[in-house]
Design a protein around this ligand. Structure first.
Ligand code: NAD
Length: 496
């Protein structure tokens, strides 16, 4: 397969009000392949004016267009149709995602693309199950609660899983009955620009779905501040999330934030070490560590400390870095998204060394000159880390693992909860009671027991605790409740 055959020769266009358009400024930007840092495509760069146009289109489609008059069944059928169109193009989407984000093609095709199609099917069903409830009420009132769409939603996406995450969020937004302006990350815009073609072909009314590329400071900020946008959902780093909280204050709009993590992985001494070594490696090297819920802090029982570390080192050193398309050559470890991001990760690695952590593996660039064209950082393990170190406290978002020993269960939980994040976590033990006890005590919205990661991302979405996010996850994130009281008693007129 030649993935470049899927790439358009002309710059990818924005999608506003049912049309593929060039940006108001006419400016374009290069789309870079992180495997060699060479441009392979171009896209129009949106700005505040494009965002304003898209907001007006989404507003009109929501307030006056056919969308809000459609039944849930009609919305559901449109989502099913779009999912079927997408299913026929999964190779193209997986190839584009691999080119743009440096992912492993097989994973993009057989995991992310399948999960993306699944999001259309799942939320098409969900659209028809948006039930409210009747509440027993005093005073002869019938009281019922409705869940209604927020209205116009701005969806701001990160670069680490733009296709799958984008589909999961947009399908939920549309199933709930909202209209949307999608702002992809500047480092990963193509999958959402392509997805617009799917919605267009499926026949979604103009303005229901809009895609505007551009910077967070300009396009993202316009979505956050505009009084015409009812709700903003953003997935990204905690610092940007905090900034958005401040910028949304003038409109007091609903915001939902899915932010960073530094998830603990607690391993007790009663486990099968060989198996848990594999889970632990997977938990921090998947997508080269660019996964929000990565298990980047290994809290390891003292009795198995050195044995486990030796085996984990060997497991990591077996990974084969390279282009995600080279699966036949055994490549199973990918690059980071950009030079800038790789530089940040290297800075943390240097910091770990200077903080006195013990380097077990990695921590220096690959010798192969071919890999130096890209942004590869080898799996890097630091042992004897302490909670005061920056590498323990801060999200690195690369393949860097910190290991810290523990003796008692209480100590393990204390270490696990000693950061500002609360996204995910794991516990490995054969003692069921202890597993459940520890799972309940880890402060985080998504906990794995004797496994790492889960495919149940839309049926049972995790929620960020502490500085890892705001807002309930799932379709209700994009809905608001309304409680209605109906007088059922004749002549019940107030006497005072
Ligand atoms: P980022 O915070 O740099 O950017 C996220 C998005 O916000 C981008 O589209 C960016 O353009 C936009 N943005 C930036 N400044 C903005 C502003 N002032 N106003 C509005 N929008 C703005 O994050 P990233 O580097 O793209 O992604 C990596 C981060 O995302 C990591 O911290 C990771 O943990 C987090 N993440 C979290 C989850 C989750 O479910 N909690 C999932 C995936 C990624």
């Amino acid at each position: 397969m030649n993935p470049l055959l899927f790439v358009k020769k002309e710059p990818y266009k924005l999608y506003i009000n049912g049309e593929f358009v060039v940006s108001e400024s006419g400016r374009t930007f290069d789309v870079i392949n992180p495997v060699d840092n060479q441009p392979f495509a171009a896209a129009y760069k949106g700005g505040a004016k494009d965002a304003k146009k898209a907001i007006l289109a989404a507003r009109h489609a929501y307030d006056e267009g056919p969308w809000s008059k459609m039944s849930a069944k009609e919305r559901s059928k449109l989502l099913i149709k779009a999912g079927q169109i997408l299913a026929k193009r999964v190779e193209e989407f997986a190839a584009i995602e691999t080119l743009e984000c440096g992912k492993l093609y097989m994973s993009a095709l057989y995991y992310e693309a399948q999960m993306s199609v699944d999001a259309f099917e799942y939320f098409a069903g969900k659209a028809r199950c948006l039930e409210g409830k009747v509440v027993p009420c005093e005073g002869g009132h019938l009281n019922y609660v409705l869940w209604q769409p927020c209205g116009v939603v701005g969806e701001i996406l990160p670069w680490n899983g733009p296709f799958m995450m984008g589909c999961q969020k947009i399908c939920a937004i549309l199933a709930a009955g909202n209209t949307v302006i999608i702002k992809p990350s500047s480092w990963a815009s193509l999958s959402m620009l392509l997805l617009a073609e799917v919605f267009h072909e499926a026949g979604f009314p103009a303005g229901v779905v809009n895609v505007v590329t551009g910077s967070g400071d300009e396009v993202g900020d316009e979505l956050v501040r505009s009084p015409l946008v009812d709700m903003v959902s953003m997935t990204g780093g905690t610092e940007v999330g905090k900034h958005i909280i401040g910028r949304s204050k003038d409109t007091v709009k609903d915001i939902a934030l899915e932010l960073g993590g530094k998830s603990p992985n607690i391993v007790f001494d009663d486990v099968n070490v060989d198996e848990v070594v594999k889970w632990t490696r997977f938990g921090f090297t998947l997508n080269a560590g660019q996964v929000c819920v990565s298990g980047t802090r290994l809290i390891l029982h003292k009795n198995i400390y050195e044995e486990f570390i030796l085996k984990l080192k060997a497991e990591c050193e077996m990974l084969v870095p390279g282009s995600g398309f080279d699966y036949e050559k055994g490549v199973n470890f990918n690059t980071l998204i950009s030079k800038e991001h790789a530089r940040n990760v290297w800075d943390y690695i240097e910091r770990g060394k200077s903080e006195g952590a013990r380097v077990i593996t990695g921590a220096k660039p690959y010798a192969d000159p071919e890999l130096s064209k890209g942004n590869f950082v080898p799996p890097t393990i630091f042992a004897d880390v302490t909670p005061d170190m920056a590498i323990f406290q801060e999200e690195i978002f690369g393949p860097v693992l910190c290991i810290i020993p523990f003796e008692t269960e209480e100590e393990a939980i204390e270490i696990a909860n000693a950061t500002k994040y609360g996204l995910a976590g794991a516990v490995f033990t054969t003692n069921v009671k202890r597993a459940l006890r520890v799972a309940e005590k880890i402060k985080g919205g998504q906990i794995y027991v004797n496994t790492y990661f889960s495919k149940g991302m839309i049926e049972s979405p995790g929620t960020g605790w502490k500085e890892s996010g705001i807002g309930i996850a799932g379709i209700q994130k994009y809905m608001v409740s309304k409680t209605i009281f109906v007088d059922m008693v004749d002549g019940s007129i107030p006497q005072v």
